[in-house]
Design a protein around this ligand. Structure first.
Ligand SMILES: NC(=O)C1=CN([C@@H]2O[C@H](COP(=O)(O)OP(=O)(O)OC[C@H]3O[C@@H](n4cnc5c(N)ncnc54)[C@H](O)[C@@H]3O)[C@@H](O)[C@H]2O)C=CC1
Ligand SMILES: O=C([O-])CC(=O)C(=O)O
Length: 328
């Protein structure tokens, strides 16, 4: 049996938390032979509901679940954490953009970054889900100076998965036949889902990229505004699909992405593709040996360049805003 991995989940009593915890405990986050100990972090008002979820987790008798502890402060919650899923934050309501949450949520990620810096395990890997995810990841990373920057990531896997399905439906192929698609930039309405390097059942995607009406009026806006469409339909923001994307993200990070493909993740930019160093932006990435690497050498045409630049400009604005708030 492998060593037990400590997984801290913040916002454990929330919607995403409820969809996520059972999948982690059943082995889907790290693999079927990796035991996990859950550390649930909530605000004091959320602790009772988290206790209820913990009772249900117990009642599943998951063989891989080595224990559950519940905390209401980050110093205890992140103590010894190997993996941290930062989900706990306010979701947006109808009519809001995710950046409208910056003031309400940004303040959560500074003390959490500080606590991760102080008490997490040396191999800590952090995925930020709470919105606005990219800039919250920037805040957490900036407040954890002793943790290598490449251990922080923001979730754009949900956007990536949404794009896979839109392409598969349009092309009439299975989702698994769509490869090398990229989400660039911010997890916001400015994100750019890029099909120019995608492969569909081993073929180039030019049939789709040449259909400019579908590309610009349907595919890109449908993917980029899917979160709002779900809020409009469900009356609450996506939860099970978000939890699923978090599972996919961490599983690939730890176990490696499949050969001949890549995925998308928000990571701290090293300046690749003209994205200013230090911003947390979504890139095409592979994971090797437990680290994300940006896929290099892709040709970026004018159509893509404009859209990447627009989303990155929004990230620059968000960075300025959190600087002004004193969060970084
Ligand atoms: N990156 C992505 O693709 C997605 C991100 N999200 C974001 O995920 C976040 C959570 O969404 P839901 O679970 O639907 O919200 P929710 O409101 O159902 O749950 C949030 C939970 O976080 C807890 N919480 C608040 N502050 C906390 C803190 N400082 N420490 C620990 N826990 C804290 C709350 O008590 C609550 O239980 C939202 O910001 C939402 O916008 C949602 C879907 C996709
Ligand atoms: O749209 C929202 O506010 C929730 C979210 O991030 C998503 O579903 O992508």
């Amino acid at each position: 049996m492998n060593a037990i991995v400590n997984v801290t989940v913040t916002g454990a009593a929330g919607q995403i938390g409820y969809a996520l915890l059972f999948r982690i405990a059943s082995g889907q986050l790290l693999g079927p032979d990796v035991p996990v100990r859950l550390r649930l972090l909530e605000i004091p008002q959320g602790v009772k509901a988290a206790e209820g979820t913990a009772m249900e987790l117990d009642d599943c008798a998951f063989p891989l679940l080595a224990g559950i502890d519940i905390f209401d402060n980050p110093r205890d919650g992140f103590d010894g954490a190997n993996i941290a899923l930062l989900v706990g934050a306010r979701p947006r309501a109808k009519g809001m953009e995710r950046s409208d949450l910056l003031e309400a949520n940004g303040g959560i990620f500074r003390p959490q970054g500080e606590a991760i810096n102080a008490v997490a395990a040396d191999d800590i890997r952090v995925l930020v889900v709470g919105n606005p995810a990219n800039t919250n990841a920037l805040i957490a990373a900036s407040n954890a100076p002793d943790v290598p920057k490449d251990r922080f990531s923001a979730m754009t896997r949900l956007d990536h998965n949404r794009a896979l399905t839109q392409v598969a439906k349009r092309a009439g192929v299975a989702v698994d036949d769509v490869r090398k698609l990229t989400i660039w930039g911010n997890h916001s309405a400015t994100q750019y889902p890029d099909l120019f390097h995608a492969e569909i059942a081993g073929q180039s995607s030019h049939v789709l990229t040449e259909d400019s009406a579908w590309l610009t009026e349907e595919f890109i806006p449908v993917v980029a505004t899917r979160g709002a469409a779900i809020i409009a339909a469900r009356g609450a923001s996506s939860a099970a699909s978000a939890a699923n994307a978090a599972i996919d993200h961490v599983y690939d990070w730890v176990n490696g992405t499949r050969e001949g493909d890549w995925t998308s993740a928000g990571i701290v930019s090293d300046g690749s593709y003209g994205v200013p160093e230090g911003l947390v932006s979504s890139f095409p990435v592979v994971s090797r040996g437990g680290s994300w690497e940006i896929v290099q050498g892709l040709e970026i045409g004018e159509f893509s360049r404009e859209r990447i630049d627009a989303s990155v400009a929004e990230l620059v604005e968000e960075r300025l805003a959190v600087r002004a708030l004193g969060l970084i």
